[in-house]
Design a protein around this ligand. Structure first.
Ligand code: BES
Ligand code: ZN
Ligand code: ZN
Length: 506
């Protein structure tokens, strides 16, 4: 896709369509809409009246026109963006995705996007526009051999910001492309069927990506894990014919500005399929458990972006990849295993496996020098009950670190909601015969129990746990995005990396 910065009048762009943001309850009596209304001889005003277009977020109205005068395009798409006072840079990505999907579905290959966010930094607006189009166009059709309805793609995206600096816009485009493609990289991995994306294949894809973007990559195999004493991770892999892999990616800046000894790490749950193991899941809905590696895929997407955006701080990425299968070799409920940090675990439910693999992956990250750890996991069904598909659950051992992530979410349009942890909850995972057990009392605080279990394997690091089970995929398509994996948390955690960089500068 070609990108063009339009810094003059938006309607002078030589494209097939104009796509313009419209605020809730706005009327075409001034500004951009008035201009468009004049250029079309009052058509915009008539659309508002006859179609009762109200500017609700995601609402669209489309009109074909005969271009005349300075107006080059022969179509206009009005895209609702909701309340003007709530309209920020992340909304531009929704706007762009909605416009791109709408026009692509009608075989319209080029458009100029008019985001109408004059007061925001040009780079950010431009980045969100390009990212929104790239993620908006992602589809689940990789394995369709004859996709008859496959539409032409968007070939040219122009973004209009009157009076903007072209160079800043182009820098924004580049950033948006990196982030958008990284989000799609994650979504593509998450979407892969589990017979194709085995732990070995996931490691191969990580290696290939690392080579392409210039990251250090190391893959630990079963023998390495055994040497390191990762009995917890290995207990999950025990039932599977597929060998587990620990994927380790390192980004080292040319010149680091990070405070001595500080290192941020992202650790992901990479269960390529979760049957539940001996504590077998019911058949209904089990297919969704191919997504149980999305935390890991998200870490890979973040690392891809980091390598290309080149911040001045080091970043570590660790993904524990394995299947969770039942077999004669599988772990039994009541087995006791020893994790890398020496703690013993009584496994009472083999379906609570995410926390078991994260226990060793986090201990490993800390051994590599991580001082700030964010883990990402589709960890509990309970978080879906608590927060639905809207908020990612966040918990951790350092309130400032948690606040920072929540703030990064606000800045990038991703919602987090904190749940409490504490010693009352930690007591609930005391085992009769080992240090801890991997579940708490039935149906009580399931998401929190997952977090306090993981906490047992964090030593000195500041740590935040993100339970993305509700937010990692969408059951239905929305105007700006296909159904399936969402790529959630990538934008906010890239912002975290940048904050880290700025706070340690100088
Ligand atoms: N992968 C699941 C959690 C999950 C459930 C993610 C639904 C997305 C949708 C996880 O491994 C799991 O099975 N957790 C159990 C924990 C329980 C046994 C304590 C759960 O949530 O039921
Ligand atoms: Zn499970
Ligand atoms: Zn799982």
């Amino acid at each position: 896709m070609q990108t063009k910065a339009v810094t003059g009048k938006f309607y002078e762009a030589n494209v097939d369509s104009i796509a313009v943001a419209v605020f809730k309850d706005e009327k075409p009596t001034s500004g951009y809409l008035k201009e468009l209304d004049n250029l079309t001889g009052g058509l915009i005003d008539s659309i508002f009246k006859t179609e009762k277009f109200s500017g609700e977020e995601g609402e669209t109205a489309f009109l074909r026109i005969i271009p005349k005068g300075k107006l080059k395009a022969s179509r206009i798409l009005l895209v609702g963006v909701g309340e003007k006072k709530e309209y920020r840079t992340p909304n531009v990505a929704f706007l762009a995705g909605t416009a791109a999907r709408f026009l692509r579905d009608r075989n319209i290959p080029s458009f100029v996007l008019v985001p109408r966010l004059e007061d925001a930094p040009v780079r950010e607006v431009a980045a969100n526009a390009v990212q929104g189009v790239i993620t908006g166009l992602f589809e689940l059709d990789k394995y369709k051999t004859a996709n008859k309805d496959k539409k032409a793609n968007i070939e040219t995206l122009a973004v209009a910001i009157e009076g903007a600096n072209k160079k800043e816009m182009e820098e924004g485009f580049e950033r948006g492309k990196i982030i958008g493609e990284s989000i799609n990289f994650t979504r593509d991995l998450a979407n892969e069927p589990p017979n194709i994306l085995t732990p070995t294949e996931m490691a191969k894809r990580a290696e290939a990506m690392a080579k392409e973007v210039g990251l250090e990559c190391k893959i630990l195999d079963e023998a390495d894990m055994r040497k390191l004493g990762m009995g917890s991770l290995l207990s999950v892999a025990a039932g599977s014919e597929e060998p587990p892999k620990l994927i380790v990616l390192k980004y080292k800046p040319k010149k680091s500005t990070s405070r001595k000894d500080e290192m941020l790490a992202f650790v992901g749950k990479g269960i390529t399929f979760d049957t539940g193991g001996i504590s077998l899941k019911p058949a209904e809905g089990m297919e969704a458990m191919k997504y149980d590696m999305t935390g890991g895929a998200t870490v890979l997407g973040i690392m891809r972006s980091v390598a290309l955006l080149k911040p001045s701080v080091p970043v570590l990425g660790v993904v524990a990849a394995t299947e969770n299968m039942p077999s004669g070799k599988a772990t039994r409920p009541s087995d006791v295993v020893r994790a890398m940090n020496g703690k013993t675990i009584e496994i009472l439910n083999t379906d609570a496996e995410g926390r078991l693999i994260l226990a060793d992956a986090i201990a490993y990250a800390e051994k590599q020098g991580a001082t700030h750890i964010v883990d990402l996991a589709t960890l509990t069904g309970a978080v879906i009950i608590a927060l639905g598909n809207i908020n990612t659950g966040i918990m951790g051992n350092d309130q400032d670190f948690i606040n920072q992530i929540i703030e990064c979410g606000k800045e990038t349009g991703e919602k987090y909601w904190q749940l409490p942890i504490g010693k009352e909850y930690s007591k609930m995972i005391k085992s009769d015969i080992a240090d801890v057990k991997n579940i708490g009392p039935a149906r009580k605080a399931g998401t929190i129990i997952g977090a306090v279990f993981i906490q047992e394997f964090v030593d000195k690091a500041k740590w935040a746990h993100l339970d993305i089970a509700g937010t990692a995929w969408a059951d239905e398509p929305s105007p700006h995005q296909a159904k399936g994996p969402t790529g959630v948390c990538i934008k906010s955690l890239l912002r975290l990396v940048e904050k880290f960089q700025n706070s340690t500068k100088g």
